[in-house]
Design a protein around this ligand. Structure first.
Ligand SMILES: *Cc1c(COP(=O)(O)O)cnc(C)c1O
Length: 448
């Protein structure tokens, strides 16, 4: 089978176009090959095989053009094949592809670290270590916090998602599919209750008091190296904690020699309408983990934080063969330049406005929509049995599948699998966002 080469990027026609069944015949052919060759534990939300992507669309091998409300899970915030990413990556690939920063260093890595220090919250000296994936960044944050404090315990929250490596599986809350059968897990990981306004109805102060009580009574500050928290939870259900919750947890950490780690892997890099979601409540983390949106789709992640904490680790204690690969760093510099030039935080706030208005109007008509929430271009609806908080994951799945059939790429999430989440690229053209919301409205009204 030959697949026509198609150039992606923002010049792709910005349209929704469904020309075959979804998935179409060519995708189905590829899927048969995939089923024979790829481990079945690796899933795909929608098995349409990609030919090109850019702006707000993903074009498949059958010529269908889907509106992208996923961004490859909050990664292609600057759009696929963004021009400045393509230009810098192309130049870098032609110059050299890898030397290993631990063998012979290069400027791109240093520049990414300089920029992250400037962009993350906090007016103090910061340093950064780069790595390949979000999970690896979280692991490194824990390593750093343990060495810095000389303590072992790690606290995380209900509904948390921090990755799929051994330590981060222990930190992730949800059993299926992330943990089931994969133990034993790393020790000294403790879980505190999260603020989840739709389900607990608590104020931020009360939810924080409840969490701090667990930390004090069940772990003890003298044993606790760090608290790791997503300022807006991602896979767990796009949960925005009640106002005051994050600052109270951060204050408790600083009063108790506990490192406060904000896992901004999904919420960072303009996604929520600010460089980092911590900023919405003026929270200044000690360490910040970054990945997903930072490099326009190339694998790059990092831990950024207080210089004295980052530097507490012995020489050679951090690193890895590919961490901060020069091509990935070139992509990150291109992505960050694009975020600044196009003011993608403002774009995320515009997306929030449009989506909030439309989703709230839909919720008025659909009692199964129990909650509309999110920040910036990280928005969600939670589906429940009308008049209750009882999760309706079947309905979330059906709405999502109906959107797929109509050429809109949506994702679900949540501990109960009942949350439909929307993560458009921040460069999404307004007319496509409107059209995608129209499809979502029609799909929802047709199913309830
Ligand atoms: C995706 C994600 C991770 C894990 O990142 P990977 O690159 O998949 O390892 C960790 N934390 C959060 C909040 C995430 O959204």
């Amino acid at each position: 089978m030959t697949t026509e080469k198609t150039v992606g990027g923002p010049d792709l026609p910005q349209e929704r176009k469904v020309v075959t069944e979804i998935p179409g015949p060519k995708s189905q052919e590829l899927h048969a090959r995939r089923t024979a060759a790829v481990a079945s534990g690796v899933g795909s939300v929608l098995p349409v095989y990609v030919a090109a992507a850019g702006g707000g669309v993903v074009v498949d091998v059958d010529g269908n053009s889907l509106i992208d409300l996923a961004s490859g899970i909050a990664v292609t915030s600057v759009g696929n094949s963004a021009p400045e990413v393509v230009r810098r990556v192309t130049e870098q690939v032609a110059a050299y592809t890898h030397t290993c920063f631990m063998v012979a260093p290069y400027e791109g890595y240093v520049e990414v670290c300089e920029q992250l220090a400037a962009l993350t919250p906090g007016d103090f000296a910061k340093k950064t270590a780069l790595c390949n994936s979000g999970a690896e960044a979280v692991e490194n944050a824990v390593k750093i916090a343990r060495v810095h404090t000389g303590k072992d315990a790690v606290a995380v929250f209900d509904h948390a998602y921090h990755g799929r490596t051994n330590l981060t599986m222990a930190m992730t809350a949800k059993n299926m599919p992330y943990k089931n059968g994969f133990g034993p897990f790393a020790g000294e990981v403790y879980r505190a209750p999260m603020s989840y306004p739709f389900r607990d109805g608590l104020s931020g102060a009360d939810a924080a008091a409840r969490a701090i009580d667990v930390l004090e009574k069940q772990v003890g500050a003298p044993n606790l190296a760090c608290v790791v928290i997503e300022p807006v939870q991602g896979e767990g259900g796009f949960i925005v904690p009640a106002e005051g919750f994050l600052p109270a947890i951060a204050d408790w950490c600083s009063a108790n020699d506990v490192v406060f780690v904000a896992d901004e892997i999904q919420s960072g890099m303009c996604r929520t309408g600010a460089w980092f979601a911590s900023e919405h409540e003026g929270v200044v983390p000690d360490l910040v983990t970054v990945a997903k949106g930072m490099a326009g789709g190339l694998p790059l992640a990092g831990v950024v934080g207080r210089a004295e904490m980052m530097d507490s680790v012995h020489g050679g204690g951090l690193g890895g063969t590919y961490g901060g690969n020069p091509v990935a760093c070139a992509a990150a510099l291109g992505a960050m330049a694009t975020m600044k030039e196009l003011d993608l935080s403002a774009a995320a706030r515009r997306i929030e406005q449009t989506m909030t208005d439309r989703l709230r109007a839909l919720a008025e008509k659909v009692p199964a929509i129990g909650d509309v929430r999110g920040r910036g271009a990280m928005m969600a609806i939670e589906l429940v049995e009308p008049g209750t908080t009882k999760p309706d994951s079947a309905l979330a799945g059906k709405i999502s599948a109906a959107c797929h059939q109509q050429g809109v790429l949506t994702l679900t999430c949540g501990t109960y699998g009942n949350v439909l989440r929307f993560l458009p690229p921040l460069v999404m053209p307004e007319h496509l966002l409107d059209e995608a919301l129209g499809v979502l409205e029609e799909a929802t009204l047709g199913l309830v």
